[in-house]
Design a protein around this ligand. Structure first.
Ligand code: OGA
Ligand code: MN
Length: 360
């Protein structure tokens, strides 16, 4: 989505690309064995673990030589890296209750029109995707001659200029001898990769399209972003979240190395919140040739990138969905209500990242 898919032969050899390959999920195919395919073991010994850094800091006040404590006035430790000025890591910044709240919102309200998602380009705006997946509905392409026709109580129409897609309880019925195209809502939910809040980002032009209809970022999320951004803000200045990108990761998904350079003022931080399964984050330097640092991102961690760190390549080569490594037990306990099973089922194999920006 950041144009990282089209990697040239040369970029295969950059330090950043090598690190992505090192941590990426690969499966070992053992044709002679009937056992389930096994993920290739990965050496995690060089991955910075801010949770254990926080633990030992709380126990004995000690920090690894490459890290230091931000001198800001914050209600919990904020860590910095000597080699990456402008980068801040706040382990466990978001309470489990709040994590659950933002997971719910990320799945129900954030993908709602006029917010755009990766599905817009194909299906137009889709309403209530999460509900439709829960109710096992199917998104069906309507024959255009029916466009504007009456809608029954079991469906809600999606209005687009091209073909019309709407949710139905049944798969596409044959029309004029052809099967209508249809797609399970649950499959579309699994394929949800991003939604945008506030000012809408145009991925094809790689800029913010201020002419697109949009809602403000919800107030509670703005308040949270303002509080979290404080360690990276000049004294007395307040962060103004104007746009957010919500990334959804499933098993095997990655976010290729990129820079977020479409915002006017790079001195303002990007505030990035992790939810759900644990991931590996790569923080490179200003060139793809610079050796990236790898670190774990867990549910509830917040990362800030401001100033020089805004110019550093970064990405997420891997998420962990297995019981041992996902580290989502607190979320599982919090989502134990019968009504929350749908959220639990999603988050057990997914990660969500909410990335908030001040654009102007
Ligand atoms: C982004 C980004 C990082 C993450 O959306 O620009 O860098 O932790 N996300 O998912
Ligand atoms: Mn980014």
């Amino acid at each position: 989505m950041y144009g990282s898919e089209a990697v040239s032969h040369d970029s295969e050899r950059t330090a950043f690309r090598k690190a992505e390959k090192k941590y990426k999920l690969y499966y070992d195919h053992n044709k002679s064995s009937k056992k389930k395919k096994q993920p290739r073991p990965v050496d995690l010994s060089e991955v910075i673990d801010f949770e254990s850094i926080l633990d030992s800091f709380n126990r004995n006040g000690e920090l690894p030589p490459e890290t230091f404590l931000s001198p800001c006035d914050f209600d919990r430790p904020v860590f910095c890296l000597k080699s990456r000025p402008g980068f801040y890591f706040i382990p466990g910044a978001i309470s489990v209750e709040e994590q659950c709240r933002w997971i719910r919102e990320s799945l129900t309200s954030f993908p709602q029109p006029p917010n755009r998602t990766n599905h817009n380009a194909i299906y137009g705006p889709i309403d209530d995707l999460f509900l439709a997946a829960r109710e096992r509905r199917v998104l069906v392409e309507e024959n255009s001659s029916y466009a504007g026709g009456g809608s029954d109580s079991n469906s809600f129409a999606c209005k687009v200029d091209g073909p019309i897609w709407k949710f139905s309880k049944e798969p596409g019925a044959p029309s004029r001898g052809n099967m209508s195209k249809s797609m399970l809502a649950s499959v579309l939910l699994r394929k949800l990769r991003w939604s945008t809040l506030g000012l809408q980002f145009d991925w094809s032009k790689r800029n913010y399209d201020v002419s697109l209809l949009h809602n403000k970022i919800p107030d509670a999320l703005c308040q949270l972003a303002k509080k979290m951004a404080a360690p990276a803000m000049p004294l007395g200045e307040e962060f103004r979240p104007e746009a957010a990108i919500v990334n959804y990761f499933g098993l095997g998904d990655a976010l290729g190395g990129h820079l977020d350079d479409m915002e006017a003022d790079w001195s303002k931080p990007i505030v990035s919140m992790s939810l759900g399964c644990k991931a590996i984050f790569l923080l490179g330097g200003k060139s793809r040739e610079d050796l990236p640092l790898a670190m774990f991102l867990r549910s509830g961690d917040v990362v800030l990138m401001a100033g020089e760190a805004r110019e550093c390549f970064h990405g997420v080569p891997r998420i962990f969905t297995d019981n041992e490594n996902a580290e989502i037990t607190p979320l599982e306990l919090q989502f134990s209500d019968q009504d929350d099973l749908c959220f639990l089922e999603y988050i057990r194999t997914s990660r969500i990242n909410i990335n908030m920006r001040q654009v102007f």
